[in-house]
Design a protein around this ligand. Structure first.
Ligand code: GRF
Length: 206
């Protein structure tokens, strides 16, 4: 798989930073070709510029439909030779136009142990439900929200005296480790999808 990443953000971009840091540290063999935000005020744009990465704002408000916006995103990513799209706090639903342009080449990180607590404020949902294990998931993106094949997950215990904010902070720490690791796995190419299962191939068995 082509090792040029396109990272899509809407906000502070701490996961983007974790990816940039892992590349700089040599633990992730990739390059970020472009960072795109749908919001001009996203803090992640500044992080990208500081790292010498092209930072682009494409506002969804400038497009008549979701499909039109997605076509513009796809064109921008293709122009920069992106092989793997990494959603990192990108607060937009993707249309089939986007998903079909990058088959099995879009990753998302979600702050829960999916399929539990999809959607918004997953950490708060987990806390309010009273689960004892929360966590984070990196998954391939398909047409269903937060439901594509799971690449990696990490559990985070919920403590009795947790607040949703403290829990979210500990989950975020794990996200920052998990995302670069999952990207490395996907780029390695040694995997297949069986049903909805992401399976690592063992090269020794072929
Ligand atoms: C993270 O919690 C991620 O799991 C979710 O959105 C948040 C983005 O945070 N999809 P950041 O912008 O990477 O700091």
């Amino acid at each position: 798989m082509i090792r040029t990443l396109g990272v899509l953000i809407s906000g502070r971009g701490s996961n983007l930073q974790a990816i940039v840091d892992a590349i700089a540290a040599g633990t992730l063999d990739a390059r970020v070709g472009v960072v795109i935000s749908n919001r001009p005020e996203a803090g992640g744009l500044e992080r990208a510029r500081r790292a010498g990465i092209e930072a682009l704002c494409l506002s969804h408000r400038d497009y008549a439909s979701r499909e039109e916006y997605d076509r513009a995103l796809v064109a921008a990513l293709r122009q920069r030779g992106v092989g793997l799209v990494c959603l990192a706090g990108f607060m937009r639903l993707l249309s089939p136009v986007f998903i079909e342009a990058f088959p099995n080449a879009i990753l998302n990180i979600h702050p829960s142990l999916l399929p539990a607590f999809p959607g918004l404020e997953a950490q708060h949902q987990a806390w309010a439900h009273g689960v004892k294990l929360a966590g984070a998931t990196v998954h391939l993106v398909n047409r269903d929200l937060d439901a594509g094949p799971i690449v990696l997950q990490r559990a985070v215990p919920v403590l009795d005296d947790d607040t949703p904010e403290r829990l979210a902070e500990r989950i975020l720490e794990q996200e920052h480790r998990l995302y670069p690791e999952a990207i490395g796995l996907v780029l390695s190419g040694g995997w297949t999808i069986e049903g909805r299962r992401f399976i690592l191939r063992n090269p020794a068995i072929g």
